[in-house]
Design a protein around this ligand. Sequence first.
Ligand code: ADP
Ligand code: MG
Length: 592
Amino acid sequence: SGSDLAAALQRIDGRGYKAYKDIEGRWQMAAQQGGYCLCVDWVQGDPFASPSKCRVVLPAALAALPAQLVCSRTRRTAVCDYLTRSFGAAVAASGGDIRQQSGGWQGEKGGEMSVDKPGQHVLERTSVLILADGSVEARFTVALPARGRSVLGQWASSILLQNLPRYVHQGLQYAQQDRHALQRHVECVEDTQSLRDQLPALGLVSYLGDGSILPRKSGASDEPMAAAEAVPFRSPEALAVTVQLPNRGAVRGLGIRRVRGITLVVGGGFHGKSTVLEAIECGVYNKIPGDGRELIATDPCAVKIRAEDGRRVGSVNISPFLSNLPFGKDTRCFQTPDASGSTSQAANIQEALEVGASTLLIDEDKASGVASNAMTRDARMLELVSGNREPITPFICKLPPLAALGVSCILVIGGSGQYFDVADTVICMDAYVPSDVTAAAQAISARHAGTGDRLPRHETYGDITPRTLVSVHPRPVSAHGRDLRVKTRTLHCIQLDQEGELDLSAVEQLVEVSQTRAIADALMKLRGALAGRGGPWTGRPLTQVLDALEAEMDERGVDALAGRSKPGNLARPRRFELAAAVNRLRTAQLRQ
Ligand code: ADP
Ligand code: MG
């Protein structure tokens, strides 16, 4: 019980730091102490190590979530996200138990309690879970306090037995929550999810609701731009679609089509083109109320494509875009530690299609900057460098056959009117206001027909060759399993020993470092599963491995990626970002 924990902390007070190991285990608090169960899952080895991992489990009667808030997966995800934020806020409001740090090695240190901190997105997380019996589990870390290297039992006791019960009460019990805010959170997420679920029936790949605030506060902040500065989105009449949402009712907005699905966003520089595409990119995730993008939803299988100079490519068939490379390099099974702009873009497209992308999102700024010859080519250049000497097939030539395969494309185009020849819809951004200029663009295209500026037509797209995942990291697994050290440094960087840094900076649809941590765990899991011959996933196509990971997450949540530990700081990544990590891993082995 709580008193036993108090006694244990008193007993080890002043002893060497390792004595904290004594408090690992489950502590059932009596009703007047909060009535929940505190699990100290793992105690750090010394005051400077990463902080100790703990959980609290509130029985259903104490959590007291109304049935209507937990009646669907979407609602449960939203409630868990909300409780993560309120639990974190309760901890933060008290200053996280950090005392005045008295200096130096011999000084007092530790005491910080922390809960995973979500951003603007509402994702499936491991920070707070609703268990099958309705109990609520919340995970956090505590830097167990020390003076020098000895246990500060009194302080630990005040954190775990005086402050924690208050945070649990304020942050996790339904009765203490702002009911309207929680209800709004849930209904907002449910509406966005419903919008996304309705896209196929509406024949759309993306939807941008009127009144949405697309621009962000700054490059460093994902929060909305201040209302006084931002121009709210408004669909032109010609592209407007009305959709019924379960909570908000009817909304109006711009619908981007699946069939006849080559959509261009054009306009002058700084008129808001990239901002529109970025909003579409993260429309694969749900948002918190007030984000400004709650009414933007995108095909969950939409993938941002860009050129990525210097990335590793392993056994990818990039022949739809490249052939006749100098020195006879094989483009049907292309391999390089250091791809060029155009080969990396081709690999990014092929890898996305391999694992099921059904919409591609491209911003010419990011694509053509390093790979303009991969995007298009003009009449004069076509005259000089003819078909069979140029190894690169411009992306524009592949758009119609891609559309025929059911893959839609949304492109931001600043400089090349050649794209008018293939576009089904052209949206022009003018001072952040979209208009439908399809007819004008097609008239221009027709006028220029026969001027020699036409690119060769490609009837078929070419091959998308599936690959098998042979191994993700060849180093032998030790007896205790987790010998490979992996550290998630930032949103776009995972540090692996032997491998070095895995650079994910071109994987732009990663939105939270908690997703990156989950990907790092997935890499470890894959390594284990592929280690011994005859492991369950050995020799499976990459797509099937991703299917299996997703099925496990559907069943057990994001914990499915984490092995036996119960980390509180993971969020669900999509299959495309998981695949992107595997594809960029130098030590991964993939085979056609
Ligand atoms: P483009 O890609 O057309 O060059 P951007 O999308 O990069 O333009 O936008 C240029 C600037 O305008 C950015 O600083 C962005 O924050 C701002 N901006 C974009 N959309 C809006 C809007 N709806 N209201 C106010 N500012 C916006
Ligand atoms: Mg731009």
